[in-house]
Design a protein around this ligand. Structure first.
Ligand SMILES: *Cc1c(COP(=O)(O)O)cnc(C)c1O
Length: 411
C-alpha cells in the first residue's frame, strides 16, 4: 500500500492541480459526491450577485437583450458541445434531464414511425424508466416500453424497437458502456440511440459524433458543477433535427416566438428543442461551472479519474480486509466511470458515520456506499484520507451509534 508521502507527490505532480483552487471546498470536508451535486465554483457568488442585483434588479426585462439572456441556452449548449464531441448547433441547454428524456424519446418515435417499442436496461436511473412508462401509458397502447437486463439488451435489438435509452455510466455501480459498439449494434437494427450522459459529461472524453450518436441528454449539476437543480442539456444530431415536430412545442422553440402567432412553427435546428423561458439564475450558475470545464483537457481528467478510483479501491481493500466491503463497481477501470461503489450490509449507518466524520459520499439502496471522484477538485490526498477515516470508523465501531441508522429523506 502506498504511503502518504507518495500520495502527496502525486498531488504535487498533478497537471490538473490548479483547478482545485477554482472551487469552494469547505474546510474539514472531503467531498466525494460530485457525481450527485458538484461543488460550487468560486466565481458563482459574484456572478449570481451581478445577475441578481444588476441584471435582474436594475436592468429588469431589458436584460433579455442587454445581457443576452435569450441567447444563454445556445451559448451554454455550445460550451457543452465541446465537451461531448458535438457541434455547437447540436446542443441546447433547457429544462431538466427528465424533460429532455421525454423530448428525445418522443422525437425518436417520430423518426421511427413504423416501430412502437422504447427499450432500456433494468436498474437504469429511475426517472429514465419512469419517463418511458409515462409515455407508453399515455399512448393508447401504441407505444410499449421494455426494460431488460443489461446483458440481454442486444438480444432485444429488433424491428419493433424505435429507440434505445441508455445511460453511459451507471449511477449506482459506475459501469461504463461502450458508446461506439452499442450505437453501432443498435443502428444496424434501425434503432435510434439516446445516450444519457448524466454521469459522464465532464468526467471523461465523449465523442458523440465519432460514435454517430442520434440523441443525448445530460445533467448540469453533477460533473458540470452547475448548482442544485441546474438546467440540463439535449443533443440532437444535425441529420435528425429538421425531421422532428416537437411534442413539447413550447413557444421558445418557435421559429419566431415574438410573432406571437396562433400557429406553432418549429424553429430551425436545435432551437426547436427548447420549450419554456430559460431559467436565467440557474443558467448563470451553470455558466460558472462550464467556464471551468471547457478549460480542462478531458483526456487528463479521465487519466486522473482512473488514478483516483484505482487508489481508492487499493486503499479500501488494503485497510479493510475482512470488514465486509465488496466492490460493486467494475474492477477494470476501462469500464468504470468516475465513481467507486462498495456493497456493505451496514452501508447506510456506515455512510452516515462517514459524513459525520467529514467524508461526504452517499448511499443507494439496498446496500451501496457510493463515492464520486471529480478530478478537477478531488486530490489524491483526499482519497487517501477518506480511506483512513473509513478504516477508523470500522475499527472503532463508531458507525454502530444508533443515530447513524435514522433514515433521512434524501440518502
Ligand atoms: C441524475 C440523473 C438524472 C436526473 O434527472 P432530473 O430530471 O435532473 O432529476 C436523470 N438520469 C440519470 C441517469 C441521472 O444520473
Amino acid at each position: 500500500m502506498r504511503n502518504l508521502e507518495e500520495i502527496q507527490r502525486l498531488d504535487a505532480e498533478d497537471p490538473l492541480a490548479a483547478f482545485r483552487d477554482r472551487f469552494e471546498l469547505p474546510a474539514g470536508m472531503i467531498y466525494l459526491d460530485g457525481n450527485s451535486l458538484g461543488v460550487m465554483p468560486k466565481s458563482a457568488p459574484a456572478k449570481m450577485k451581478d445577475v441578481v442585483e444588476t441584471q435582474w434588479g436594475q436592468h429588469l426585462i431589458t436584460s433579455w437583450n442587454r445581457h443576452d439572456w435569450i441567447g444563454l441556452p445556445r451559448r451554454l449548449g455550445g460550451m457543452i458541445a465541446g465537451l461531448i464531441g458535438a457541434k455547437p448547433e447540436e446542443v441546447v441547454v433547457a429544462d431538466s434531464t427528465s424533460i429532455n428524456i421525454f423530448k428525445a424519446l418522443s422525437a425518436a418515435l417520430q423518426l421511427n414511425p413504423d416501430r412502437s417499442v422504447i427499450l432500456s436496461e433494468s436498474g437504469n436511473f429511475p426517472t429514465n424508466v419512469y419517463m418511458m412508462q409515462g409515455l407508453s401509458a399515455n399512448s393508447s397502447g401504441s407505444i410499449r416500453h421494455q426494460i431488460v437486463p443489461t446483458g440481454e439488451l442486444e438480444t432485444h435489438f429488433n424491428d419493433d424497437v424505435a429507440a434505445l435509452l441508455i445511460t453511459q455510466a451507471h449511477y449506482k455501480t459506475g459501469y461504463l458502456h461502450d458508446m461506439q459498439a452499442i450505437t453501432k449494434a443498435a443502428q444496424e437494427k434501425g434503432i435510434l440511440v439516446i445516450w444519457d450522459l448524466c454521469h459522464s459529461a465532464g468526467a471523461l472524453p465523449i465523442d458523440l459524433n465519432a460514435c454517430n450518436a442520434d440523441m443525448a441528454v445530460g445533467c448540469g449539476y453533477k460533473y458540470l458543477n452547475g448548482g442544485p437543480g441546474a438546467p440540463a442539456f439535449i443533443f440532437v444530431a444535425e441529420r435528425h433535427q429538421e425531421k422532428v415536430m416537437p411534442v413539447l412545442s413550447g413557444w421558445l422553440g418557435h421559429a419566431h416566438p415574438f410573432d406571437f402567432s396562433d400557429q406553432y412553427e418549429p424553429a430551425p435546428g436545435i432551437d426547436r428543442f427548447k420549450c419554456s423561458s430559460p431559467s436565467i439564475l440557474g443558467m448563470s450558475a451553470l455558466e460558472c461551472g462550464l467556464e471551468i470545464a471547457v478549460e480542462a483537457d478531458m483526456t487528463s481528467v479521465r487519466m486522473k479519474s482512473v488514478a483516483l478510483t484505482e487508489l481508492f479501491i487499493e486503499q479500501v481493500e488494503a485497510r479493510l480486509d475482512g470488514h465486509g466491503f465488496e466492490l460493486a463497481s467494475p474492477r477494470d477501470p476501462a469500464i468504470r466511470g468516475s465513481q467507486v461503489s462498495f456493497h456493505h450490509e451496514n452501508g447506510y449507518p456506515i455512510m452516515q458515520a462517514l459524513i459525520d466524520h467529514g467524508v461526504i459520499g452517499d448511499f443507494r439502496d439496498p446496500d451501496i456506499l457510493r463515492f464520486g471522484f471529480t478530478p478537477l477538485y478531488t486530490s489524491y490526498e483526499d482519497v487517501w484520507r477518506a480511506a483512513e477515516i473509513l478504516q477508523d470508523i470500522m475499527e472503532s465501531g463508531a458507525w454502530r451509534e444508533a443515530r447513524y441508522s435514522v433514515r433521512a429523506a434524501v440518502t
